[in-house]
Design a protein around this ligand. Structure first.
Ligand code: PEP
Length: 252
């Protein structure tokens, strides 16, 4: 089964609108001929600038979060429809920083995911274990719980709009990367859970990104693994040349 590589840059709370525009402009020609879905995820205030700059190119734009309600008294929040209206096509949900700092749970991941699907956004759902959980032999248990909770009530059809981002929390922004073998073993487990939930035919079509200190120097080996279908990239996505190099190596 061949799954198209998907590489997304999570810019986190970086890049003003002017900087986002400049970065997308620089990135476009560098990735124009690469056989991958290329996504950039700026902050909310830079989304329109990124969408405008990416127009007509193969660079797509995603947000870093959404609220689950369509509208209402939720001060400071943004709905899926609001993003859809300005040309956003993807959204990251359940990033470990949102789980750690903003009280995100598997239940709220599931609510946000359903709202994103209703607005026809493609969702990158993040899962991943803490260092102490890996060291305690709990990785599979933690991932199983996050996946079953986050993906609760979804249909096989819904999964066409879902990408799973496996991000070991201990590898995010730390320079520590899971070895390709370790990452592959965990990705294979994620796919096994997807088989349990949605059947093997659907599970084989779902793309699973790796995230955690992926760089130009390790993207080829990581994405070369059978069950690793791309990456969710933090630090190395903030410069056009390193991000493009990482993608080029991943699809090579
Ligand atoms: C991330 O934040 O999702 C991430 C993978 O960050 P980094 O690439 O910097 O480790």
């Amino acid at each position: 089964m061949s799954r198209k590589v998907i590489i997304a840059g999570n810019w986190k709370m970086n890049k003003t609108a002017a900087e986002a525009k400049a970065l997308v402009e620089e990135l476009k020609p560098l990735v124009a001929n690469l056989d991958a879905d290329v996504v950039v995820c700026p902050t909310f205030t830079s989304l329109t600038a990124a969408v405008d700059a990416a127009a007509g190119s193969n660079v797509k734009v995603g947000a870093q979060n959404i609220h689950w309600a369509e509208n209402g008294a939720f001060t400071g929040e943004i709905s899926a429809e609001m993003l859809k209206e300005i040309g956003v096509e993807y959204v990251i949900i359940g990033h470990s920083e949102r789980r750690q700092y903003f009280g995100e749970t598997d239940a709220t991941v599931n609510q946000r995911l359903k709202a994103a699907l209703a607005a026809e956004l493609t969702v990158m759902v993040c899962v991943g274990e803490l260092l102490e959980e890996r060291e305690g032999g709990l990785t599979e248990q933690v991932l199983g719980t996050q996946l079953r909770g986050g993906l609760a009530d979804l249909s096989q059809q819904d999964m066409a709009q879902v990408v799973i981002a496996y991000e070991p929390v201990w590898a995010i922004g730390t320079g520590k990367t899971a070895t390709p073998e370790m990452a592959e073993e965990t990705h294979a487990y994620v796919r096994k859970v997807l088989v349990d939930l949605f059947g093997s035919e659907t599970a084989e079509t779902v793309r699973i990104q790796y995230g955690g200190s992926m760089k130009p120097g390790n993207s080829a080996e990581l994405v070369g693994q059978v069950n690793i279908d791309g990456g969710l990239i933090g630090g190395a996505s903030l410069k056009a040349d390193s991000f493009a190099e990482l993608i080029k190596n991943a699809v090579s």
